[in-house]
Design a protein around this ligand. Structure first.
Ligand SMILES: Cc1cc2nc3c(=O)[nH]c(=O)nc-3n(C[C@H](O)[C@H](O)[C@H](O)COP(=O)(O)O)c2cc1C
Length: 197
């Protein structure tokens, strides 16, 4: 069968194929410094964006602020579930303490006469993925996490979210302590069908 795949795959495709998350607890310093973070974001904002709405923004959580947020999360976790065990409370306390940098990706939604909310939310999701890829391209490790803090109104208040804003992801970024294990990936042949009229 003839095909138009080049014999030698371009390096860019190899990079896409090597994309994988590094679990946040396997991340340590150094984090991307400020110019490096801005450079990563420059790649991340190159996402499809119907109507050029820029329906996202970023909030960095780093240094001592990570631990302060963890303390609040531990307390909030007990408020949400007074029967929470010690392990759960400790997990909440340390949620933001593993990776040296957490970039919160915030979707800016709300009424729009033309662009459906779903499309703006998808664009924000693309930003998260693009940021993961950019981080890996520069040798950092990253993981996209949510968990209950992404959906909790009190946490949203602490982080300064405005009306119609939603946390799409906490992007934990740092230097991998070890090589992340690969996981089995879906087989596209099982996912592709053909529409026939
Ligand atoms: C929107 C979103 C939220 C996620 N939240 C979590 C999470 O809270 N905890 C978790 O263990 N993985 C979460 N994941 C999965 C990880 O980001 C990641 O995909 C997983 O560790 C597998 O690694 P991989 O990206 O190399 O497949 C989330 C993924 C997405 C897309």
């Amino acid at each position: 069968m003839s095909h138009n795949l080049p014999d030698e795959l371009p390096a860019a495709l190899a990079m896409l194929d090597s994309r994988r998350s590094v679990p946040a607890r396997q991340l340590t310093g150094p984090a991307p410094d400020e110019p490096t973070l801005l450079r990563l974001l420059r790649s991340a904002v190159r996402v499809p964006d119907h109507g050029k709405r820029t329906p996202w923004r970023f909030l960095a959580i780093r240094g001592e602020a990570r631990h302060a947020l963890g303390e609040r999360l531990a307390a909030r976790g007990i408020e949400r579930d007074p029967h929470a065990g010690e392990a759960a409370v400790e997990k909440d306390r340390l949620r933001f303490s593993h990776a040296p940098l957490v970039v919160t990706v915030i979707a800016r939604l709300g009424p729009d006469e033309k662009i459906p909310e779903q499309e703006r939310l998808l664009s924000a999701g693309c930003v998260c993925f693009a940021l993961l890829q950019a981080a890996q391209a520069l040798g950092f490790g990253a993981q996209w996490l949510t968990g209950w803090p992404a959906y909790d109104t009190e946490v949203a208040h602490w982080l300064g979210l405005r009306e119609h804003e939603h946390i799409v992801g906490f992007l934990h970024i740092g230097t991998p302590k070890l090589e992340a294990p690969e996981r089995e990936r879906p087989d596209p042949r099982e996912l592709l069908t053909e529409w026939t009229p």
